[in-house]
Design a protein around this ligand. Structure first.
Ligand SMILES: [Zn+2]
Length: 106
């Protein structure tokens, strides 16, 4: 999927997010660079949330609106959980196949 199509959300359209999303939600605090701004004293701007993910050997990052942060986080976690369970099931399947192959030997 193209990064531009991965996470693009209009207000009130959370249902259009994929059920499972690849990536991690990261938070950033920023300095704007103006010497007179509060951030120059260490009172940084933020938090800003970003989705980080890797695809086809490349790294991507996309801004997440505050209203979508918890939803995106949950969907990333759902994907991780699914991946863990799928890996576990593949392992079980391998072990079963080995067992069956052994039993079928004359
Ligand atoms: Zn600033």
């Amino acid at each position: 999927m193209l990064p531009s199509k991965r996470y693009r959300l209009r207000p009130g359209k959370q249902a259009e997010l994929p059920k499972m999303m690849l990536g991690t939600v990261c938070v950033e605090w920023k300095r704007c660079g103006r010497p007179t701004c509060r951030c120059a004293q260490g009172n940084l701007h933020g938090p800003y949330y970003y989705l980080h993910w890797g695809e086809n050997g490349r790294k991507y990052k996309e801004y997440i609106r505050l209203a979508d942060v918890s939803e995106v986080r949950q969907r990333c976690e759902a994907r991780r959980r699914y991946q863990r369970e799928a890996a576990w099931m593949r392992q079980e399947l391998r072990e079963l196949s080995t067992l069956i192959a052994r039993m079928e030997q004359p």
